[in-house]
Design a protein around this ligand. Structure first.
Ligand code: ADP
Ligand code: ZN
Length: 660
C-alpha cells in the first residue's frame, strides 16, 4: 500500500505543477503556428494576385509606348499597370497586365505629357493607399490573431475528442462527465432488488468510510455491474451516487477506442485525480470491456488499449480506498474481461443486473408512468405480461412512445391502446405499411402464421394465442403469432416444451401441407426450435436416450446463456442425432394435426388474409366451433404434468412471439 502511494507521487506532481508552464508553452506554440500560417497565406496571396502580371523594365515600357501597343495605364504608388490594346479589345477577367517599378521622385509631369501625346488614358490621382500601420495590421496582425483563435479552437475541439483532463483543468479535455448530484435514487430503479441489496453496503461505506476503516475493514474498490444493455446499469450506478449523495464521474470505455496512444492512459489518470480531489465519489466506467478486454487476445495487440488498461489497473491499485472512491464498471460481456481486472482488490464483486421479470417490468412501467396521465382503461399488468424479454430501456421507450401517440391524437391522457401500439413499435418493430408482398406471399405468410397458432390452440399445455398478424414489421418479420401466458412461469414441463416445439415448427408444417413448399420464412422458427430441442436433450435431461445426463453446461447463465458441450465427441454427435429425431417427430406431429384440421386451417388463413390481424378470441371462436363439430376429437388425456424442478426456468419466453 505504501509502495503504491510512493509510486504514484511522481505521476501526480508533474501533472499538477506543470499546469502553468504547460499553458505558456501552449500559447507560445499557438502564436508561432499562427505566424507561420499568416506568412504562408500572405505569400500565397501575393503569388496569386501577381500571377497575372508580367514584370517588364522601364525601357521595355518605353518601347511598348513607342510601338503603340499600350491602350491605357493605371498609376499605382509602386507600379504602373499597363493595358495593351489587344487586351482592351477583348477584355477578360485575367488581363495580362505588365508592370514596372515606378521610380520614386520620377518626373511624373513628363510621363503625363507623354501619355497625353500618345492618347493613352491614365489616372492623375494615385489610388488612396492605406497607411503602413493599417496595412501592417490588416495583412499581419489581424491574420495572426485570427489564426491564433482558430488554432486554439481547433486544438480544444481535438483534445476534447481525444480526451484527457476534465472540467477545464489541465491540458486535455475529456469526455468525463461529472454530476455533483445525480438526483437519482433507488426509488427510480424498478426491480433489481438483488443488485440494490449488493450496492447498499457501498452506499453506507460512502456515507461514512470511517466506520469501516476504524475496524480495519477493507471495502472492495469496485464492483462490476453485469447485464444486457438497457437493463439499468448506468441508472443503478447513478442511484448509488444519488443515495450516497456523492459526485458521480462517468466515462465510457468505448470512448478510448479511437484514441491516440497515451491519451487514454492520461485520461484515466485525470479521472482518478479529479475523483480523489472531491472524494467520496463514484467513478462509473461504462462498457469497460472496450478497454478491459483480455490482453492476449487473438485480434492482435492494441497498444493504446493496453496502456489504458494498465493505467486503469495502476490507478485502482494505487488509490487509497479509505478515501471513499468507489469504482463501478458496467459490461455485458464479463467473460472477455482481462483476468487482472477481476482479481481480488479490483472488480472482485459482480452484481448481476438481469432482464426484468414480470414484476420487474410492471414496476418499471409504474416508475415511468409516474408523471404521465393515464386513462382509466390502462392495465399495466397486461403490458408487463406482453413485454417479456424487454429491458428497462425498452419499457421507458414504450411509455414515451405511447405518450407521444396520445399527444399526436390530441388526447390528454395515455390509454391502453397507446401502450399496446407502442409496444409493437418499440418491441416488435414498426408496422411497415409500405412493404408489398405478392398475393401468393401473403397467402403463404397467412398459412404459416395460422399454422403456428392452430398447433398452439388445438392442444393442451400451451399458452393462449393473443394475436396473429401478417402486417410486416421493420424487425424484418413478415408476420407473427403472439402467445401470452396467463401468469409468469418459471418451470416448463416436457409436454409443454414438446408443444412449443410443435408450435414453432407449425409454420413450416403449414407451408408444406398446403403449398408443398418450404420457404425461408421459417428460418427463425427453425433456429429457435433447434435451440430448444438441444436444451431439452443436453441440459434438461428430457431425452430417453441420455436420460438425466447433462451433456452441456451453461457457461454464462447471466448473459446470452451460451453453452459448452462437455461430453465425448461421439456422445455429442449422438446427441445431435437425438435432437434431429426430436425435431422430426415434432414436425411430423404438427403436420398431422394440420392435415387433420385442414378445413379449419383454410378457414382461418383466409380470414387472416382478409383482416391481416386477428385476435386470440377470434381465433378461438373458430377453434371452439371446430371442437363442437368434432366432439370426440383429440386425446382425452388429462393428467397434470408437473416438471421435476430440474428444468431451469429458462423461459425468458413468458410471452412468445413466433415470427415468420
Ligand atoms: P444500461 O446502462 O444497463 O445500458 P441504462 O441504465 O442506461 O442501461 O438504462 C437506460 C434507461 O432505461 C434508463 O435511463 C431508464 O430510463 C430505463 N431503465 C432501465 N432499467 C430501469 C429500471 N430498472 N427501472 C427504471 N428504469 C429503467
Ligand atoms: Zn414462423
Amino acid at each position: 500500500m505504501n509502495n503504491d502511494q510512493n509510486n504514484r507521487k511522481p505521476q501526480k506532481n508533474p501533472n499538477n505543477n506543470s499546469d502553468d508552464s504547460k499553458k505558456v508553452r501552449r500559447i507560445v506554440s499557438l502564436v508561432v503556428m499562427a505566424l507561420v500560417a499568416t506568412l504562408l497565406i500572405n505569400q500565397i496571396y501575393n503569388m496569386i494576385s501577381n500571377s497575372y502580371l508580367t514584370e517588364i523594365t522601364y525601357d521595355e515600357f518605353l518601347d511598348l509606348l513607342d510601338t503603340g501597343t499600350v491602350d491605357s495605364v493605371e498609376l499605382r504608388s509602386d507600379r504602373i499597370l499597363i493595358l495593351t490594346r489587344e487586351e482592351a479589345a477583348k477584355p477578360t477577367n485575367q488581363q495580362h497586365l505588365s508592370y514596372t517599378g515606378l521610380l520614386p521622385g520620377h518626373d511624373m509631369d513628363a510621363e503625363y505629357s507623354r501619355f497625353d501625346s500618345l492618347g493613352i488614358k491614365y489616372n492623375t490621382e494615385l489610388p488612396e493607399e492605406a497607411s503602413p500601420i493599417v496595412s501592417f495590421i490588416l495583412s499581419w496582425l489581424l491574420p495572426v490573431i485570427i489564426m491564433y483563435a482558430l488554432f486554439s479552437l481547433l486544438m480544444r475541439g481535438m483534445t476534447k475528442r481525444m480526451g484527457g483532463g476534465f472540467g477545464g483543468i489541465g491540458e486535455s479535455k475529456a469526455k468525463v462527465y461529472m454530476e455533483k448530484q445525480t438526483g437519482v435514487t433507488f426509488a427510480d430503479v424498478a426491480g433489481q432488488d438483488e443488485a440494490k441489496e449488493s450496492l447498499v453496503e457501498i452506499i453506507d461505506f460512502l456515507h461514512n468510510p470511517q466506520k469501516y476503516t476504524a475496524i480495519g475493514a477493507k471495502l472492495p474498490k469496485g464492483a462490476l455491474l453485469v447485464g444486457s444493455p438497457g437493463t439499468g446499469k448506468t441508472l443503478l450506478a447513478k442511484a448509488v451516487a444519488g443515495e450516497a449523495n456523492v459526485p458521480f464521474f462517468s466515462i465510457s470505455g468505448s470512448d478510448f477506442v479511437e484514441m491516440f496512444v497515451g491519451v487514454g492512459a492520461s485520461r484515466v489518470r485525470d479521472l482518478f485525480n479529479q475523483a480523489a480531489k472531491v472524494a467520496p465519489a463514484i467513478i462509473f466506467i461504462d462498457e469497460i470491456d472496450a478497454i478491459g478486454r483480455t490482453r492476449d487476445s487473438k485480434f492482435g495487440g492494441n497498444d493504446e488499449r493496453e496502456q489504458t488498461l494498465n493505467q486503469l489497473l495502476a490507478e485502482i491499485d494505487g488509490f487509497d480506498s479509505s478515501k471513499g472512491v468507489v469504482i463501478l464498471a458496467a459490461t455485458n460481456r464479463p467473460e472477455i474481461l482481462d483476468k487482472a481486472l477481476l482479481r481480488a482488490g479490483r472488480f472482485d464483486r459482480r452484481i448481476v443486473v438481469d432482464h426484468p421479470n414480470l414484476q420487474g417490468r410492471y414496476q418499471t412501467l409504474r416508475v415511468h408512468t409516474k408523471n404521465i396521465k393515464l386513462a382509466e382503461d390502462v392495465d399495466l399488468h397486461k403490458i408487463a405480461q406482453a413485454t417479456a424479454g424487454a429491458v428497462g430501456a425498452d419499457l421507458a421507450n414504450l411509455v414515451n412512445e405511447a405518450a407521444l401517440r396520445a399527444v399526436r391524437q390530441g388526447r390528454k391522457t395515455v390509454n391502453q391502446e397507446d401502450l399496446l401500439v407502442s409496444f409493437e413499435v418499440v418491441i416488435a418493430g414498426t408496422e411497415k405499411k409500405g412493404t408489398v408482398l405478392t398475393d401468393m406471399e401473403k397467402r403463404i405468410v397467412s398459412y404459416h402464421e395460422v399454422g403456428h397458432a392452430l398447433i398452439a390452440a388445438l392442444q393442451k399445455h400451451t399458452q393462449p394465442v393473443s394475436k396473429i398478424t401478417i402486417v410486416p414489421h421493420t424487425s424484418g418479420a413478415l408476420g407473427y403469432t403472439m402467445q401470452m401466458p396467463e401468469e409468469e412461469k418459471f418451470l416448463s414441463s416436457k409436454e409443454e416444451l414438446i408443444v412449443e416445439l410443435q408450435t414453432l415448427l407449425g409454420g413450416r408444417a403449414a407451408e408444406q401441407t398446403v403449398f408443398g413448399i418450404q420457404t425461408t420464412g421459417a428460418s427463425n422458427d427453425i433456429d429457435r426450435a433447434t435451440e430448444l430441442a438441444r436444451k431439452m436433450v443436453t441440459q434438461y435431461g428430457m431425452s430417453d436416450k441420455f436420460g438425466l445426463m447433462a451433456l452441456s453446461t451453461v457457461s454464462n447463465p447471466y448473459l446470452d446463456g451460451s453453452t459448452m458441450m462437455n461430453c465425448a465427441d461421439s456422445t455429442a454427435s449422438a446427441a445431435d442425432a437425438e435432437i434431429q429425431q426430436l425435431l422430426a417427430s415434432c414436425y411430423d406431429e404438427a403436420k398431422r394435426i394440420l392435415q387433420e384440421h385442414r378445413s379449419l386451417l383454410d378457414e382461418i388463413a383466409l380470414f387472416l388474409l382478409q383482416k391481416e390481424t386477428i385476435t386470440g378470441d377470434e381465433l378461438m371462436t373458430y377453434v371452439n366451433a371446430e371442437n363442437a363439430r368434432l366432439p370426440e376429437a383429440e386425446d382425452s388425456e388429462n393428467q397434470e404434468t408437473v416438471s421435476d424442478g430440474t428444468a431451469p426456468a429458462d423461459t425468458d419466453a413468458d410471452s412468445t412471439q413466433t415470427e415468420i
